[in-house]
Design a protein around this ligand. Structure first.
Ligand code: MF3
Ligand code: CO
Length: 256
């Protein structure tokens, strides 16, 4: 069931989203060769507390699984999403670091992610991240009241394929706001079955394109949390929480 948000809910989401975007920007700026995931995890917890909110992922059980053990997801290289940042990892030169954060503020949850290369970047990796970001920016423009939700995935898939990259199809965006994951699912590719789901005023969704250099298939890593690409090729992830209003899309978590 889709739970539409009130104007007041959306105002609260915008407040929380602005804070989350600022915090993720600060965490992103800390990424460099030699940084430890623990530094980023600790800073995330500190900044969220100072801002008067709480981490939304810490203790959250995705799809009724075990409780997630960290505030921050920090997935590296072939890691696509869901690597707990409380497992120590030291970032190395040229690695792709994807950072995913959820924030609960005034009772409302916002969700966003970004990817960055530590130190000197490989050209192909750079293009992968630029394209993933572009997928998100263009997909947001499709978020108009009355438009089918499938327009989002259609746009993402066409941009990704046009640039020669692969869309991770098994991992999806989602409704968000009262909970971390709500209906509807937001696919990163076009599925005709979703053409009949129409976006309405008050819908709040997390759009999260995940692209890779070599495969659309996934596996679970040895840490039992991380989704990795099946061929171990590198991946990028960008995510924003977006509200559909009468005036069109409102980006709740400005992209960093
Ligand atoms: N942004 C992540 C997602 O949409 C949320 C991760 S939930 C976690 O899947 F608890 F597993 F971190
Ligand atoms: Co999400």
């Amino acid at each position: 069931m889709i739970r539409l948000k009130s104007k007041q809910d959306i105002a609260n989401l915008e407040e929380g989203g602005a804070i989350l975007s600022r915090i993720l920007g600060e965490i992103k700026a800390m990424v460099r060769p030699g940084v430890s995931s623990l530094e980023l995890e600790n800073t995330t917890n500190k900044l969220m507390k100072e801002a008067g909110g709480v981490p939304a992922f810490l203790g959250y059980a995705p799809e009724g699984n075990r409780k997630y053990p960290a505030a921050l997801c920090m997935s590296v290289n072939e890691g696509i999403v869901h690597t707990p940042a409380n497992i120590e990892y030291i970032v190395k030169e040229g690695e792709i670091v994807s950072l995913d954060l959820g924030f609960k503020y005034k009772g409302m949850i916002t969700d966003m992610a970004t990817s960055v290369i530590a130190g000197t970047a490989d050209k192909k990796d750079e293009k992968l991240l630029e394209t993933t970001k572009k997928c998100l920016e263009e997909a947001i423009k499709e978020c108009q009241p009355g438009a089918p939700i499938s327009a989002i995935g259609k746009r993402i898939e066409s941009i990704a394929k046009g640039a020669g990259f692969f869309v991770i199809k098994e991992l999806v965006g989602h409704g968000v706001g009262y909970d971390v994951h709500e209906a509807p699912v937001v696919l990163n590719y076009h599925d005709k079955n979703m053409d009949s789901v129409i976006m309405e005023e008050g819908l709040v969704i997390a759009i999260e394109p995940m692209l890779s250099l070599g495969s659309e298939n996934i596996d679970v890593a040895e840490d039992s949390w991380t989704y990795i690409t099946a061929d171990k090729s590198r991946a990028g992830h960008f995510e924003a929480t977006v509200a559909i209003t009468a005036n069109g899309p409102v980006i709740i978590t400005p992209i960093v």
